[in-house]
Design a protein around this ligand. Structure first.
Ligand code: ZN
Length: 496
């Protein structure tokens, strides 16, 4: 058998995947409210077909034959990924899997109601059951991982386990929590009232469209729509779609979500033609993906170099609100540190602390060390300890994120890892390239080519640590992130 024998199955797998992706994109952006119940039937059918295609006995035969042959690097990666998918899918009893998926759909609706009504008791039995099932599934899939939580972490960030994450979050705890306390005690107060004035939605749309193109979003291969929560969806490297959300009393929100999602999109658009439309034709991992979006959003997008050429344009666009706001004031404003209760609204410095809290709780839940009745109190205690604030109710506390209701455990850490990976890449670029000049001169093509050459083109052929080692000569090292945050914010708040 040769690789060509696998190709028919790759094509079918991709086609089914794309159909499912299109349905989910449509649900989030265009589909009418009542469509879901009936559409779900087609989605269920297609998912079933996808499952059958991936686990087809004929495919298994081809794969195990190919595994013994000399293959190219990308072919080898495809075979490896497919075999892993089969192992993961086959170990969970199909009936149980199906039941769990249905329960998750109900749980998400219950969560929504619970959040709206500020009623954790309503959601708690579901959460308890979801954790129990997720643990049971992890037990089926477990091979040589040290604990069950490691199994789910692998789903989002292959190669990263509790051991590495503990080390990472301990450093954050040791350095960033005290830094935040220093900032909170500092007499310097940054005024960003300008951000909450009235901004025309149409003008925001026009500006953000321009901004996406400016940083390298290719409108011939992508579209921008609106949704409640911004996200990126990809079909292949010639069709990548992003959304953003405009608020009439918050300028910053759409600006940075547009840059963030553009970062995700640029990654996908730059994946090599040879591997797009294959199982390794997407970003390397959740953390790696977040590293690219956060690189554009925070490291580049919140820097003074970035805004030097861009801010005058923004000022002209919104002259009434920004005429009197200097570039310096604006750059301070977009970097202002303020401990808040809601993760998605957090600033660059406090963001990873929100993640650390979720990580600690997930770890405890998977280790069976949590009394679910006490979970909200535990959440609130950790917010007080790390951020110095306490939620007034569970809607703005333990009930704020949808992830757990959807069974996504092990997902949160990749957000913080993404920021840390971005900082490591940036540290290397500062030593070896003129990245600050590229940004200040608005030369985003050079930046794009660089990221394409070292990261984007490979899709999921290599794992995060392999990519980092190839580029920076070193595996993941959280020290660059700690240094980056410490330098940036001690300077901004004149601390030392
Ligand atoms: Zn993202």
């Amino acid at each position: 058998m040769n690789f060509q024998d696998l190709q028919t199955y790759i094509d079918k797998r991709q086609a089914l995947n794309q159909a499912l992706t299109l349905f989910s994109w449509d649900q989030e952006t265009e589909a009418p409210e009542k469509s879901m119940a009936l559409t779900a039937k087609s989605v269920g059918l297609l998912s079933g077909e996808l499952f059958k295609t991936i686990t087809d006995p004929k495919v298994k035969e081809i794969l195990s034959d190919l595994e013994k042959q000399e293959l190219t690097i990308s072919q080898k990666a495809i075979v490896k990924k497919w075999l892993k998918d089969i192992r993961d899918l086959e170990k969970i009893p199909a009936q149980k899997y199906q039941e769990h998926q249905e329960r998750l759909m109900i749980a998400q609706r219950v969560w929504q109601k619970a959040k709206l009504e500020n009623n954790y008791q309503l959601f708690m039995p579901y959460l308890k059951e979801i954790v129990a099932t997720e643990k049971e599934f992890a037990q089926y899939r477990k091979t040589n991982e040290a604990c069950l939580y490691d199994v789910v972490l692998e789903d989002y960030e292959p190669g990263f386990h509790v051991e590495q994450l503990d080390e990472f979050f301990n450093q954050l705890k040791e350095h960033i929590v005290p830094l935040l306390k220093e900032i909170q005690a500092s007499p310097i107060k940054i005024d960003k009232e300008y951000n909450y004035k009235h901004y025309s939605l149409n003008k925001q749309k026009e500006f953000n469209r321009w901004l996406a193109g400016y940083v390298g979003f290719d409108f011939k291969k992508g579209v921008i729509k609106e949704s409640e929560h911004p996200f990126t969806t990809e079909f292949h490297n010639h069709d990548v779609r992003i959304t953003t959300h405009y608020y009439k009393n918050n300028l910053e929100s759409a600006l940075f979500s547009t840059i963030h999602e553009s970062g995700h999109a640029i990654y996908e658009m730059n994946i090599d033609d040879d591997i797009t439309m294959t199982p390794v034709g997407s970003g390397a991992s959740m953390g790696m993906h977040e590293s690219q979006s956060r690189f554009y959003e925070n490291i580049i997008g919140r820097s003074e170099e970035f805004w030097k050429p861009v801010y005058p344009r923004l000022q002209t666009f919104f002259a009434d609100n920004l005429e009197e706001v200097s570039l310096e004031q604006f750059v301070q404003g977009i970097n202002k540190v303020e401990a808040s209760l809601i993760r998605t609204e957090a600033d660059e410095l406090t963001y990873p602390l929100h993640i650390m809290i979720r990580y600690e709780l997930e770890k405890k839940m998977f280790a069976g060390e949590v009394d679910f009745e006490q979970l909200p109190q535990l959440w609130n205690q950790l917010y007080q300890e790390y951020l110095g604030i306490t939620p007034q109710n569970d809607s703005e506390g333990i009930l704020q994120d949808i992830h757990w209701a959807g069974g996504s455990f092990g997902y949160f850490p990749s957000y913080a890892l993404g920021s840390a990976i971005a900082a490591q890449i940036y540290a290397h670029m500062q030593k070896t390239t003129a990245v600050a000049d590229w940004v200040e001169s608005g030369d985003f093509q050079v930046l794009k080519k660089y990221l394409q050459e070292y990261i984007h083109q490979y899709g999921a052929i290599y794992q995060t640590n392999e990519l980092l080692e190839k580029l920076t000569g070193e595996k993941f090292n959280p020290k660059y992130y700690i240094e980056y945050l410490t330098n940036k914010f001690t300077k901004l708040y004149h601390l030392r």
